[in-house]
Design a protein around this ligand. Structure first.
Ligand SMILES: Cc1cc2nc3c(=O)[nH]c(=O)nc-3n(C[C@H](O)[C@H](O)[C@H](O)COP(=O)(O)OP(=O)(O)OC[C@H]3O[C@@H](n4cnc5c(N)ncnc54)[C@H](O)[C@@H]3O)c2cc1C
Length: 488
């Protein structure tokens, strides 16, 4: 059976590994960090446990599918908790809007805040459901590995149906007249690292996931998803090595031969799958002359998604006014995206997201375990961040909303975009690979199949179908299935 090496144990790499090892391939995963899961990283600060990375889990059926493919059951590994009333949104004018999958509660709020939305909300839910179902049927489970993928008529028809020519903001304007409420829905663009004012309305489909399907948390921490994937992979006979960096891909006569590890050990492989961010890992692992159709110049032409400035803060006392997810919005949301993507600077009046998973799961920390995230521009070489100064901007803004973190601090750790770039090997610190601000990058992401090197494949957020924990898992499954079709 073919020998496969996977570079990186992010969710994408692990999903491919499970699919292939179950199908009888001989699979080895090398991961440079000491944890599995990549950006889905557990952080322990004294007694306080944090999920770095995915705090909002949607599309549980995707994770279920990985277990099913392995002949296992998700519920034997993970306890998923559905958060019905999931996100509290706070605005600078003092108003408040709670997001919940409970339809009646939503309509009640619209009565007060947005009479137009009270009428149009049902249409909104229908329309985002259609966007989701169309994208799921036609886009998610393709690898775009053959020309028929591009010339398929039903695919072209579907593409026109998912509102590619309208922006997410324009789409939301039809249903929500209250500007604050629109901001709350427009924030979904940041789930793909993009701006709602330019990215296509297609991604409003996230509204279907959050407002109908549901937002989930995994008991004990979301990072348990990655740990469970690794457990299943090894149980099936896969070989997984952490603290093991791949330094070079061995390419001979335009064909992959194996990999060379840091320390110079060589490992033979018939097939290599790279899970590290394609834009960063490919040029690091393969000489430019061996990848003429993916030159350094081409790499620079891509716009990375947003990055993040993160504070993990454990508090001695709990805040009574915090739930699992909450957002404190900027006074000028549109300007925030202008600063992120045009001026390429940290927002002067940032929107602040806080996850307090200990609200749902009291066992994981003695006080609040606040994961505080602010959107940040992708790393620009040479640009410095005033780490301490910006932390003060965030804490001061939170104080104005009645959240006094600094006086209650027990533990604290700041993670900047440069650290995200270094730790996970993500291109310019991007959280979600390439941004979806340009239509071409939304619908034609870099292929999962290398064009210049035979038997080399890519999974993860920069490739199709995109970033976010369920999407990268789908990319892992897609590539697993493609390899089974091609090589078994
Ligand atoms: C702060 C933050 C918040 C987020 N919030 C959410 C959220 O709420 N919901 C959501 O769904 N998603 C969220 N995401 C995005 C989500 O985490 C990612 O889209 C997803 O986890 C990426 O998975 P991946 O398969 O692309 O691989 P990655 O997680 O990028 O993993 C790639 C792995 O490859 C390894 N690697 C790279 N190069 C090498 C090499 N040469 N040798 C060996 N190993 C190598 C890296 O160390 C890494 O472990 C967030 C991400 C971050 C950082």
């Amino acid at each position: 059976m073919k020998k496969v090496v996977i570079v990186g144990a992010g969710l994408g790499g692990l999903a491919t590994g499970i699919t292939l090892v179950k199908a009888g391939f001989h699979v080895t995963i090398f991961e440079k960090n000491d944890h599995v899961g990549g950006k889905m990283m557990p952080v322990q600060l004294d007694d306080y446990q944090f999920d770095f990375g995915p705090n909002t889990i949607t599309m549980p059926t995707v994770f279920e599918r990985v277990f099913e493919e392995a002949g296992e059951r998700l519920e034997d590994y993970l306890e998923l908790i559905k958060l019905e009333h999931h996100t509290n949104n706070h605005f600078m004018d003092g108003s408040f809007f709670a997001m919940t999958t409970n339809h009646d509660d939503m309509v009640k709020q619209f009565q007060q805040l947005d009479p137009h939305a009270q009428v149009s909300y049902s249409d909104y839910l229908e329309d985002v459901k259609f966007l989701y179902e169309t994208a799921e049927k036609h886009f998610f489970y393709r690898t775009f590995s053959s020309w028929t993928d591009y010339t398929n008529l039903s695919l072209l028809k579907a593409l026109l149906q998912v509102r590619p020519f309208e922006t997410m903001d324009q789409f939301h304007r039809r249903y929500f007249e209250n500007e604050n409420i629109r901001h709350a829905f427009n924030r979904y663009a940041t789930y793909i690292g993009s701006s709602p004012y330019v990215s296509p309305a297609t991604f409003a489909l996230i509204g279907h996931l959050e407002m109908t399907d549901g937002v989930y948390y995994v008991k004990g921490g979301n990072t348990n998803i990655a740990k469970a994937f690794a457990q299943v992979f090894e149980k099936l006979g896969g070989s997984l090595h952490t603290n093991c960096e791949v330094e070079t891909l061995i390419v001979k006569d335009k064909r992959i031969n194996g990999v060379e590890l840091k320390g110079k050990e060589k490992v033979d492989a018939d097939i290599v799958v790279v899970n590290g961010d394609l834009l960063k890992a490919y040029p690091m692992l393969v000489k430019e002359e061996d990848r003429p159709r993916f030159s350094n110049q081409k790499i620079q032409s891509y716009e990375p998604s947003i990055s993040a400035y993160v504070i993990m803060a454990g508090t001695k006392e709990r805040h009574e006014n915090l739930i699992h997810h909450q957002v404190y919005f900027s006074g000028n949301y549109e300007q925030e995206f202008h600063e992120l993507f045009v001026k390429k600077q940290l927002p002067s009046d940032p929107t602040i997201y806080i996850c307090n998973s200990s609200y749902t799961d009291r066992d994981i920390s003695p006080g609040d375990n606040l994961f505080i995230l602010v959107n940040a521009p992708a790393v620009t070489p040479g640009q410095q961040i005033d780490e301490e100064g910006y932390k003060e901007v965030i804490y001061t803004k939170l104080k104005s909303f009645g959240i006094d973190v600094s006086s209650k601090l027990a533990v604290e750790k700041v993670v900047t975009p440069s650290e995200i770039e270094r730790k996970f090997g993500s291109y310019r610190g991007a959280l979600y690979g390439i941004s979806s601000n340009r239509k071409i990058d939304s619908f034609l992401r870099p292929s999962n199949v290398a064009k210049d090197v035979d038997h080399l494949y890519f999974v993860g957020g920069t490739t199709h179908p995109g970033g976010g924990s369920p999407m990268v898992t789908i990319s892992g499954l897609n590539v697993g299935h493609l390899l089974i079709d091609r090589y078994r």
